[in-house]
Design a protein around this ligand. Structure first.
Ligand SMILES: Cc1cc2nc3c(=O)[nH]c(=O)nc-3n(C[C@H](O)[C@H](O)[C@H](O)COP(=O)(O)O)c2cc1C
Ligand code: SF4
Length: 416
């Protein structure tokens, strides 16, 4: 029977823990910050994070230490921006951390800011996430009072201010360059890259954008060392993941597991399998941008590399289960409806491709499908890949192609 490996959710799973500054400090919180302020240089912080092999938890799995290492040292100001937007359908892990233990990622953010020489950081969160935004603001207020934010933190000479910025709710504003545009008060649309945010980010200054869960790993790494972090997980996939199980699961919720444990076991042992004793028809392993897997494909290690090898993506580790009664065409339609609605419209393949895919899948939904249209869905999605400014385009095309490739029989049921 698979059990949770508690690294990020350790405090949250402790009875009576309320996530206050007092409770966090009682549980050993901010000792990593004390250690760094007393005895570590910014470069040493970057080195330990690099050595830990930490990869970003926002979706792409980019190495965090490397990202911080790209920030030029000779250009000021530099910025750290925490991406707390969490808009990927199926995903609720960042808000779980924010609501229940906000100081964990805030400590990571202070450490990261010190590492890259940032004196003013931003936390970007969507406007409708009222409670999480309040939770962060309250936590920040206490940090200022305790001398853990503001001028001369713990007498170290390092100063940092944090500001919470609430977005207006477009999915695309989770993409880091669209987020930066939005933060600057402009329309949230992805930028042409290069240049990348590391050199030209917020207000064209060097910027690191990091996900909440990524930053939440940093206090452990700094306190316990890179090797302790690397003891959890599999090579190149170290640490834990907060897995958000949703859909037709018997026990939906957030579960923390060591990376590399079996996806099937996570679903059955932690998620309780499919509710009502029904059969599993499909699994989306990493949020709606990841390709669907058939039940016979899920007995794989749940880590970045293994899920990619299986033709999908670990993404946000948002495991969505679909039972035998699910209409895959309906699922595909809802998915493409979302991406078509959220496409910012800058790139023709994405703007037009999501529109055509939506119309084609809608034909099947209305029992107007045929073999030519099925083939056209595959062709349109294939033509979209790799042709646009940001990953939304591929995130729309990939899953739709996977639905028709893996479940052709479901689409054939909707032939005219
Ligand atoms: C359309 C789109 C939406 C995204 N939404 C989010 C999001 O809500 N939260 C997030 O952390 N990353 C999101 N990302 C990924 C970010 O662009 C970026 O890679 C991430 O914040 C970097 O943090 P990490 O290195 O800690 O993973 C999104 C990417 C795309 C293309
Ligand atoms: S790929 Fe889509 S969402 Fe991304 S910039 Fe282009 S049009 Fe906008």
């Amino acid at each position: 029977m698979l059990k949770e490996t508690l690294l990020l959710a350790k405090n949250i799973r402790t009875d009576g823990y309320d996530g206050s500054l007092e409770a966090y400090r009682r549980a050993g919180g901010y000792t990593a910050l004390e250690k760094v302020m007393k005895s570590m240089t910014p470069d040493q912080v970057i080195e330990v994070v690099k050595a830990s092999g930490l990869r970003g938890r926002g979706g792409a799995g980019f190495p965090t230490g490397m990202k911080w290492g790209f920030i030029p040292k000779d250009r000021k100001p530099t910025y750290m921006v925490c991406n707390a937007d969490e808009a990927e359908p199926g995903t609720f892990k960042d808000h779980f951390l924010i609501n229940n233990d906000p100081h964990l990622f805030l400590e990571g953010m202070i450490l990261g800011s010190y590492a890259i020489g940032c004196n003013h950081g931003y936390i970007y969160i969507r406007g409708r996430s009222v409670r999480p935004a309040q939770r962060i603001n309250e936590a920040i207020e206490y940090l200022y009072k305790a001398g853990l934010l503001g001028k001369n933190i713990l007498g170290s000479g390092f100063s940092l201010d944090l500001t919470v910025h609430r977005g207006a709710g477009a999915y695309i504003c989770g993409e880091e360059t669209a987020l930066l545009e939005s933060l600057e008060g402009k329309r949230g649309q992805p930028r042409v890259k290069p240049p990348f945010p590391a050199t030209h980010g917020y207000n064209a200054c060097p910027t690191s954008v990091n996900n909440v869960e990524t930053l939440a790993c940093v206090p452990f790494i700094v306190k316990e060392g890179a090797e302790a972090f690397k003891k959890i997980g599999t090579p190149n996939n170290y640490g834990t993941r907060l897995v958000g199980i949703s859909g037709h699961a018997a026990k939906p919720g957030i579960y923390e597991v060591a990376m590399g444990v079996s996806m099937k076991q996570i679903i059955n042992d932690l998620g309780g399998g499919v509710r009502g004793g029904k059969k599993l028809k499909a699994v989306i392993p990493g949020g709606s941008s990841s390709n669907v897997l058939r039940p016979e494909e899920i007995d794989i290690p749940f880590d970045f590399d293994s899920v990619a090898k299986a033709g999908s993506m670990l993404g946000t580790a948002a495991l969505m289960l679909f039972d035998e009664d699910t209409d895959i065409v309906e699922l595909a339609y809802r998915t493409i409806l979302f991406y078509n609605h959220e496409s910012c419209g800058q790139c023709t393949p994405c703007r037009e491709g999501t529109f055509w895919l939506r119309n084609l899948v809608r034909d099947f939904r209305e029992n107007l499908g045929d073999s030519q249209k099925l083939e056209r869905i595959g062709r349109v999605s294939q033509q979209m890949f790799g042709t646009s400014l940001c990953a939304l385009n591929d995130a729309a095309a990939g899953p739709i192609k996977a639905f028709v490739t893996k479940y052709p029989e479901e689409f054939k049921k909707h032939f005219i």
